[in-house]
Design a protein around this ligand. Structure first.
Ligand code: HPA
Ligand code: ZN
Length: 326
């Protein structure tokens, strides 16, 4: 259709995509074979059939298990390259990619293996497609503060290739304030800060992310809408929200795409963006997310253009590079 062609042509930045969540079942099988790792599925179809979730934790259990096939520098490079092939096809000009080092270092995979593989894939993508990218190191919030500090120390030799720190994994019971000191240390190292908040957690977690973690960008943020004064603040401060429509549907953050609040967020003056979160698990890459939201909520070209422009305005790029994309 016309709208699909418009979406496909729109240059966009992707600001919320977990590289481990871009592991397609086909690559999972190929890496399992290459590394002689047993996986609890006998076909690609069986893997896809297992991707039925009723909340965030259901998903995380399967997602961490899938990451077990990632063992070598080449694996991480292949993973990143597969994502960038899809991103290029979707007209993504810039990507800020989350990775979860603890998922790997806790299995005995070296931090340097992960970094060498991912940065090689990023450099290949720049050479091949002209796509620029940055890495965001996420701390797993279900683990403790000391584990996060240990991860930050491992990152120190790699700070030239890491733009920001983030916070992901199980939100309920793991409020942002648990990582106050880690985020303060990250800021002192010159890193920007983002956090998942208000996906399943209450508006107070969003306030903590703003006030205690001093975030530069808010990941998800859906439940902010329950608190009008918080919405007003996010709009006034022009905080970028990285919203993920298909993720919201699959993890039951919304009951139906027809109820997605993307247009309400725009109407409230929030700087919202559209992203794929974990595209291999949630049924689509960034253009699929634009399309699903546009169809369900009747977004027109003007709204889609605003969403794409917001993705560059919210990017951690120098002002002149942002301006060149607008
Ligand atoms: N929320 C929290 N943790 C995650 C997510 C998410 O949407 N995706 C991958 N890790
Ligand atoms: Zn996420």
């Amino acid at each position: 259709t016309d709208l699909a062609a418009f979406i496909a042509r729109l240059p966009k930045a992707e600001l919320h995509m977990h590289i481990e969540g871009s592991l397609e079942p086909e690559l999972m099988f190929a890496l399992a074979k290459r590394n002689q790792v047993a996986i609890p599925y006998d076909s690609v179809e069986a893997v896809r059939a297992a991707y039925s979730f009723s909340n965030l934790q259901d998903f995380l259990d399967i997602y961490y298990q899938g990451a077990d096939v990632l063992r070598t520098e080449e694996d991480f490079r292949d993973l990143a390259s597969a994502y960038f092939d899809r991103a290029a096809a979707d007209n993504v000009a810039h990507a800020e990619i989350f990775f979860d080092p603890q998922t790997h270092t806790d299995r005995g995979i070296g931090f340097d293996i992960v970094m060498r593989g991912l940065t090689a894939g990023m450099d290949d993508a720049h050479a091949r497609y002209g796509i620029t990218s940055r890495l965001i190191l996420c701390f797993l919030r279900h683990l403790d503060e000391e584990a996060a500090f240990a991860t930050l120390r491992m990152a120190e030799p790699w700070l030239h290739r890491i733009e920001a720190v983030g916070l992901d994994s199980s939100e309920m019971g793991h409020p942002p304030e648990k990582f106050a000191r880690v985020f303060e240390a990250a800021a002192a190292l010159g890193l920007k800060r983002v956090a998942h908040a208000g996906e399943e957690g209450p508006p107070d977690y969003v306030r903590q992310a703003l006030d205690v973690l001093k975030i530069d960008r808010l990941d998800h943020g859906n439940r902010s809408l329950e608190d009008p004064s918080l919405v007003a603040r996010l709009a006034r401060e022009q905080m970028t929200l990285t919203v993920c429509p298909l993720s919201n549907l699959k993890l039951c953050v919304v009951g139906d795409m027809a109820d997605h609040p993307i247009d309400r967020m725009l109407a409230e003056g929030l700087r919202v963006t559209i992203n794929s979160d974990d595209p291999a698990y949630f049924g689509g890459y960034v253009n699929d997310n634009f399309q699903a939201a546009a169809e369900a909520r009747g977004l027109g070209r003007e709204a889609l253009l605003t969403l794409a422009r917001n993705s560059f305005l919210g990017a951690f790029l120098p002002q002149e590079e942002i301006a060149a994309h607008l």
